[in-house]
Design a protein around this ligand. Structure first.
Ligand code: ADP
Length: 433
């Protein structure tokens, strides 16, 4: 209503001029009206100047006392604030979407139709070995030159995903890729790293193959003997001979039993990553183990037991017994008669504890050491089988160690013997009896 205010002012000044003119004389009235009009014009110009200065930065606070401009300034300010609010909301939404896209475990790369890279997230950076400051704007097909990928990308439609096997340096990588067109002429490349999953799948396949193979051997022997006995005419097999067959069949049955027991132990160990923290009296446990291994050794070896009495553990007693017994029986089985076996259970300077078994056996060549605790890995399969091994003993020991925040360590030199150790952290050591 600024026009109304202006009109009222005008009427007021005219009435004042008319009054002056009527009361005093004509000239003074007209001079007063002219001064008033000049004053009004100057004020208006000044207000217009302030409004113009504000309009250049409408996001700042609007000027006050701008007369007839007030309504316009108020509505312009409201509009500008509304716009600024909408822009901020849009920016926040955009930032949230971008950080969600960055956090995706899937790799995402946005491209134009010429495969020029516009943006990519952290997962894509890792999986495709892209560099933020270098590869934006580059053509993806120049960076990923695999002919399989180039042929896939050059299609006009991408209804299927592509499983791409890449060799980068010493690493093999399996990536699942899919191109998706969006927003008319843009492309989104999604990538998923399947390397670990494929490795696990290979391990699982190898494991099933190994178990089947290990079980088939004794089963074949068993059924062979059974067939021979069944096919032989009545009375053709002497009592002595059938006893021999039964003894051998019994050996194979025991072997299968040992395998199944070890497999069940391993699968039980895999159910949870951490063992409970029960009190384990290690000296008592080693007393029992000592009796067992000395029977197994049948006085063929010279033992030296260095056991710290009140050094105990927090863990699972039967698991720890199983891991320690495995190391002890291996030393007895692989060390030839007359060899020395030293067993140590000692506290270390940093309050941790170490169980170690040192033998003067054949030792192990260094190339085998990293794989020794893999399931079914044996240096000499025939020898391991002949000695009643399942190929699972060290895998069990390693799993038990992991579940007790401990480490299985192997030091060995071919022809010079071996030391197998279980290193328990101070956190698992207990001084209580
Ligand atoms: P196995 O049942 O075959 O003994 P393990 O997992 O216990 O399986 O051991 C894996 C392999 O490590 C064995 O086959 C053997 O070749 C080697 N090994 C283990 N302990 C010793 C040792 N004390 N001396 C020499 N070789 C050993």
């Amino acid at each position: 209503m600024s026009w109304l205010r202006t009109l009222l002012w005008f009427l007021f000044w005219s009435a004042l001029a008319f009054g002056i003119e009527y009361l005093w004389q004509t000239t003074i009235g007209w001079v007063a009206l002219a001064i008033a009009c000049g004053l009004m014009l100057t004020i208006r110009r000044h207000q217009a100047g302030r409004v113009a200065a504000w309009a250049a930065q409408p996001e700042t606070d609007p000027p006050a006392d701008v007369g007839q401009w007030e309504d316009m300034v108020a509505s312009l300010y409201r509009h500008t604030r509304g716009q600024a609010l909408a822009v901020r909301e849009l920016q926040e939404t955009n930032a949230a979407v971008m950080s969600a896209a960055q956090a995706l475990p899937l790799g995402a790369v946005t491209l134009n139709r010429d495969f020029q890279i516009r943006w990519f997230n952290v997962a894509a950076e890792k999986q495709l070995h892209l560099k933020q400051n270098q590869d934006i704007g580059q053509n993806l097909l120049n960076l990923m030159r695999s002919p399989t990928f180039v042929a896939y990308a050059r299609q006009t439609e991408w209804p299927e995903s592509l499983l791409l096997k890449l060799t980068l340096g010493a690493h093999d990588q399996s990536l699942m890729m899919r191109l998706v067109p969006y927003a008319g002429d843009q492309l989104l490349l999604m990538t998923r790293d399947l390397t670990q999953i494929e490795k696990l799948e290979t391990t699982r396949r190898d494991f099933v193959a190994n178990v089947s193979h290990e079980m088939r051997t004794p089963l074949t022997v068993l059924s062979g003997f059974l067939e021979t006995m069944l096919d032989a005419p009545v009375g053709a097999i002497s009592g002595e001979q059938s006893r021999q067959y039964l003894t051998m069949m019994h050996e194979q049955a025991l072997r299968m039993e040992a395998l199944v027991t070890d497999l069940l132990t391993l699968s039980a160990l895999e159910t949870s990553p951490h063992a409970e923290r029960l009190h384990v009296n290690v000296s008592a446990l080693l007393d029992t183990a000592r009796q067992q291994v000395e029977v197994l050794s049948a006085s063929r070896h010279i033992f030296d037991w260095q056991i710290t009495p009140d050094l105990n553990l927090l863990g699972h007693p039967s698991e720890i017994a199983s891991a320690m017994t495995n190391l002890l029986t291996n030393a007895v089985r692989y060390t030839p008669a007359g060899g020395h076996i030293t067993v140590r259970w000692l506290r270390r300077a940093d309050a941790s504890a170490c169980f170690s078994v040192t033998d003067t056996g054949p030792g192990i060549a260094s190339e085998h050491l990293p794989r020794l605790s893999e399931r079914f890995y044996t240096v000499d399969r025939g020898r391991s089988r002949a000695l009643g091994g399942t190929g699972l003993g060290l895998a069990i020991a390693k799993h038990v160690a992991m579940r007790h925040d401990a480490r299985l360590d192997v030091q060995s030199k071919l022809g010079q013997g071996s030391t197998f150790s279980l290193l328990f952290s101070a956190d698992r050591v207990s001084e209580e009896d």
